[in-house]
Each structure stands twice: as structure tokens, then as C-alpha cells.
Design a protein around this ligand. Sequence first.
Ligand SMILES: *[C@@H]1O[C@H](CO)[C@@H](O)[C@H](O)[C@H]1NC(C)=O
Ligand SMILES: *[C@@H]1O[C@H](CO)[C@@H](O)[C@H](O)[C@H]1NC(C)=O
Ligand SMILES: *[C@@H]1O[C@H](CO)[C@@H](O)[C@H](O)[C@H]1NC(C)=O
Ligand SMILES: *[C@@H]1O[C@H](CO)[C@@H](O)[C@H](O)[C@H]1NC(C)=O
Ligand SMILES: [Fe+2]
Length: 374
Amino acid sequence: MMRGLRLMIFIPSLLILTNLQETSSHGDHPLSRIAIHEATLALTPLAYVEASPSILGLTTGQNSEWVTVEYSTPIPSVDDWIGVFSPANFSASTCPSENPRVYPPLLCSAPIKFQYANYSSPQYKDTGKGSLKLQMINQRSDFSFALFTGGFLNPKLVAVSNKVAFSNPNAPAYPRLAQGKKWDEMTVTWTSGYGISEAEPFVEWGPKGGVPIHSPAGTLTFERSSMCGAPARTVGWHDPGYIHTSFLKELWPNAVYAYKLGHRLFNCTYIWSTEYQFKAPPYPGQDSVQRVVIFGDMGKGEVDGSSEYNDFQPGSLNTTKQLVQDLKNIDIVFHIGDICYANGYLSQWDQFTAQIEPIASSVPYMIASGNHEP
Ligand SMILES: *[C@@H]1O[C@H](CO)[C@@H](O)[C@H](O)[C@H]1NC(C)=O
Ligand SMILES: *[C@@H]1O[C@H](CO)[C@@H](O)[C@H](O)[C@H]1NC(C)=O
Ligand SMILES: *[C@@H]1O[C@H](CO)[C@@H](O)[C@H](O)[C@H]1NC(C)=O
Ligand SMILES: *[C@@H]1O[C@H](CO)[C@@H](O)[C@H](O)[C@H]1NC(C)=O
Ligand SMILES: [Fe+2]
């Protein structure tokens, strides 16, 4: 009897605790708060948005760069916001409609990130002038920056910037390692804009300072039509590019390897990533200490503070920062599910792979699917 009573008291309090945690870290995706289907045009004479530089990543191998966005409007209001769109041409009378009875939206795609216009310009609502610094990563298509009024629920497009693009939007990016089926095998997976009809993907790798060899990589992708429904199939769609995987085999125990991602175009031009390194695992049973990091439910964040509406996953950047600082002392990472909470906004996957790149490119980053990666 006593035991029964104690259990009854115990179980509800446990449930409340887990629910609290679910609502605080697993709420709606910030991008889903924007009623992109309700967007209307309110293009305003004299309003403008300017983004610079317009060509990004001019230094070889650079897939990330800060952009300064400056904007002005004669009729500012406190809930104006800046949305970043990719591809840059997001207007279209040609948005695919989800079903024949639903009118296609004016804007075909949700922004890939956003920020209030007053974020670094507190005087914006009086002067109508503001500026933002945003970190852009290579997502294989160009970008534009748009000023909206009417808040997130009734967005009205006021002005759109010039286009901004990476100098090579197809460049290989975001390598992530995984331990292969055998102890002496490592897989390298990365993203690029090169399909197999344009270039052959491979990894150039070898013992650090030794003679490198080339190993081929496979290429996969998927289409909008293979998504189950909205938003992934509608405003959340973003071309995933091509995902390549190569198998590096017969590794020597404990050896340090260097590798580069490559694409050989059919006119014999080579496109290269920067060089990365990893240490091969020990021989099984070797007397050694292996340091393993295990976590789940991390999510992603933006270093520029954007898309942080409602503090969706405030701890995510702290987690990656801590792992990067401690990388020397880590042999393998297990991210056991609920990886980036993209929730049907596909642009989030590039942003996540970019966030973990410093970790995943140098130690095996093993993932499992959670309930947010159906
Ligand atoms: C900035 O905009 C947000 C959202 O509308 C608002 O809550 C906040 O008070 C604004 N801050 C200033 C300094 O105007
Ligand atoms: C933007 O896309 C629309 C519809 O696909 C097209 O008609 C228009 O020409 C494009 N504009 C630019 C500047 O590329
Ligand atoms: C090969 O093709 C690429 C992409 O089309 C081009 O940028 C490059 O200049 C070409 N190289 C040569 C040697 O023709
Ligand atoms: C996480 O990082 C932010 C920004 O650097 C910092 O303000 C905050 O205190 C950190 N939180 C924890 C729990 O370390
Ligand atoms: Fe979760």
C-alpha cells in the first residue's frame, strides 16, 4: 500500500520534469514562427537593403564569411525584421502549391535565418536605419537579405538587397568522419554542389607527411518530392546538394593521417578543400585510454545571434565550443539522436554540419536518429 502510494506520487513528478524539459528545449522551430504563407508585398520607395561583400570565400577553401547588411526605411516599426533567403530569387509566381486547393504562397521559401532589424541598432525604430553582421556559410546557392515589416505573423516585404554569393558555391564543405565497420576503417562524408555528371568526388589521403593516395567517393542526394509533407516539401525545402562518402581502409594503428576532399571536373580541373587530419584508432585490445563523449538533443545555434527567437537551443553553441576546446582529449563522439531539430527546414542541416565541422572533421562523429530525425 505504502509502496503503491509512493509510486503514484513519484511517477507524476517525473512526468512533469520531462515535460518541462521537452517544452524548454524542443519547442517549435524558430523558422516555423514566421507565417511565410501570409507574406505580402509592401515594396517601399526609398527603402533599401545593401549587403557586402557581394562575393564571399575568395580565400581558397573558405566556406564561411561575415556579411554586413545595411538597411533603411522611411516607415520603421519595432517588429521589423531581416530575413536571409537562399537562393536569392525567392519571389515567384511559380511556387509549387502543396495541394491544388491551396493557393501557392507569394514567397516560396522560408528564410534560412532571420533577425530583428533593431538587433544591433536600438535606434532603428526612430531613425529607420540599421545594420547587422551575419555569418553566412556556403549553402551552394546565392543569398539575398530582405526587410519585412508586420512582424513574423503578418510579414510584408519592404525591400530586398543585392545578391551575395560564394565564389565557388559548389565547393566541397563540412567533412565529417565516422568509424567504419572495422577498427582500421574510417569513412569521410561531405557536402558539395557537384553531381556525378559534373565531377568525380574522391579523398586524397595518407600518413601525415607521407605519400597520399586517392580513394573514390559515392554520391547521394534527394528531391523535394521525396519529402513527406510541409514544411520540408514546401517553404522549408532547400536543395541539399550532393552528399559524398569515401571509405579509407587499412589504417595503421594510432597513425596520424592528413586528408583533403577533391572533385575532378571532366575538363581535368581539380577542386580542393583545405587539409584536415585525424588519428587512426588503436589496434583492438591495445593497452590505451580511449576518451568517449556521448550526448544527445544538441540542436544548433548561430554565432551571430540570428534565429534565436524564443531561445530555441541556447546551449548548443556552448556544447560545440567546449568540445572544440577539448578536442585533443577526445577520441570519438557519439551524438545519440535529436541532432539538429531541423523539423523540416532543410537549410538547418548545412548550418549544423558547419557548426560541428571542427569536431567531426578530426574525430569520428557517430550519430543515431532520434524522434526529430524521422
Ligand atoms: C527590438 O525589437 C523587439 C521585437 O519587436 C522588441 O521586443 C524590442 O523591444 C526592440 N528593442 C528596441 C530597443 O527597440
Ligand atoms: C526570379 O524567379 C522568377 C520565377 O522563377 C523569374 O520569373 C524571374 O525572372 C527571376 N528573377 C531573377 C532576377 O532571376
Ligand atoms: C573547367 O571547367 C570549370 C567549370 O566549368 C571552369 O571553371 C574551368 O576554367 C575549366 N578549366 C579548363 C582548363 O578549361
Ligand atoms: C553559453 O555561452 C554564452 C555565450 O558565450 C554565455 O553567455 C553563457 O554564459 C554560456 N552558458 C553556459 C551555461 O556556459
Ligand atoms: Fe530531444
